[in-house]
Design a protein around this ligand. Structure first.
Ligand code: N2P
Length: 384
């Protein structure tokens, strides 16, 4: 639909300007300057310009590139029923996979879900569109704590979707005490006891990050010596690792293939919801805190529809539906009253301030990125 906006506004504006000028020049005294009722138009001149404003139409389909198991599929169906837009989902397993896809020129995606540090990288590479906030009035529902993230000030490009931590999922029947230290995964004496029985995330920053934390370093270090130490530790650990996996680690725990998993809070808690033997712990040395975000690639042809969908996801009930399915924490404050209290009151999902203090955000390591990548490739290629 095309809405025509005639230039009545312009006429009104000139009238107001004229009146303001009159008042200013005449010190309040009325001046006899005639104000034309409408601009004179000479016969040869073009008629007053029309401003044409495109009223956006909804696309028929929206393509979302998401992490696996990261939304209640019912939400896609409800959105289609309400808006007539079919959602097509494709999944990725790491931020680096998502970045590589976009860098390779993939253009079919309308919504992507990168984590914090990757948002910053993507903004710098010009891969993200700027959001039109007036199409997303439900932004008011975002917790002020998440509304001005350092990686995307003022949410200019993205809207926080879910947040959580990266820790250790485990089978409570196998452990007398919770494995609340990275030592369970890295100390040769401890880790060897669980040989072939634990997984590590298939993720350069997360897995190097866990090793760095165990060694007492920042998981954003650019110090080559520290990074080499972490590399050696991971190569040593490899003999006890069942698999590097970011999509099935929770299922492997439930299936008794493993007894421990380096993994994301919500994924472990969804497993715990179906198998009471499973639980999750944030290692005492500290761990990763992260937030994933809904962003629109600069290449999307359906930006308006993507914004309408993002706004829909921010509805309080819909926001709660997401968290009630994923068991990750929600940045949507208005959703809280609809969130399962078991989730809301779980300190391992919404950690208390003293735990949050020990957590570290992954940051873009800039020029050290190729070094991280090289180390990761070396680890993956190492025997056994
Ligand atoms: C969902 C994975 C969450 C991604 N299965 C953590 N950034």
């Amino acid at each position: 639909m095309t809405r025509r906006v005639w230039n009545r506004g312009a006429v009104l504006l000139s009238l107001i300007l004229a009146l303001v000028l009159m008042a200013a020049c005449g010190g309040g005294q009325a001046q006899p300057t005639p104000v034309p009722e409408k601009p004179e138009t000479k016969a040869t001149e073009a008629p007053p310009t029309e401003v044409q404003v495109e009223e956006p139409q909804l696309a028929k389909e929206l393509h979302i590139y998401n992490w696996s198991d990261y939304i209640d599929p019912q939400i896609y169906e409800d959105f289609e029923k309400e808006y007539g837009v079919r959602i097509v989902e494709d999944t990725f397993a790491s931020n680096e996979e998502l970045l590589a896809k976009l860098q390779a020129g993939a253009t079919g995606y309308d919504i992507i879900v990168p984590s914090d540090y990757m948002v910053e990288i993507m903004i710098n590479e010009g891969l993200l569109a700027e959001l039109d906030h007036k199409n997303i009035p439900n932004l008011v529902n975002i917790d002020p704590m998440f509304a001005d993230p350092p990686y995307d000030p003022g949410m200019r490009h993205c809207v926080p979707y879910q947040w959580g931590t990266t820790g250790i999922g485990y089978n409570t029947e196998v452990f007398d005490e919770p494995p609340d230290s990275w030592a369970y995964l890295f100390d040769p004496e401890l880790a060897s006891q669980y040989a072939g029985k634990f997984t590590m995330l298939n993720d350069v920053r997360e897995t190097l990050g866990a090793a760095l934390k165990y060694l007492g370093y920042s998981l954003n270090t650019t110090n080559e010596k520290e990074l080499m130490e972490a590399r050696d530790l991971l190569i040593q650990q490899k003999q006890w690792v069942y698999a590097y996996d970011s999509e099935q680690f929770e299922d492997l725990l439930v299936a008794d293939e493993t007894v421990m998993a380096h993994g994301w809070s919500g994924d472990i808690f969804t497993a715990a919801a179906e198998d009471e033997r499973i639980w999750y712990v944030i290692p005492k040395e500290g761990a990763v805190i992260w937030a994933d975000n809904l962003c629109i690639p600069a290449s999307s042809a359906n930006k308006y529809t993507a914004e309408v969908f993002i706004n829909y996801l921010l509805e309080p009930e819909v926001g709660a539906k997401i968290t009630n399915y994923t068991w990750f924490a929600s940045p949507n404050v208005a959703a809280a009253e609809f969130i399962n209290p078991e989730i809301l009151n779980e300190p391992a999902i919404y950690p208390p301030p003293e735990v949050i203090e020990k957590l570290e955000w992954i940051k873009d390591v800039g020029e050290a990125t190729p070094l991280y990548e090289r180390i990761w490739t070396e680890i993956k290629a190492a025997g056994p």
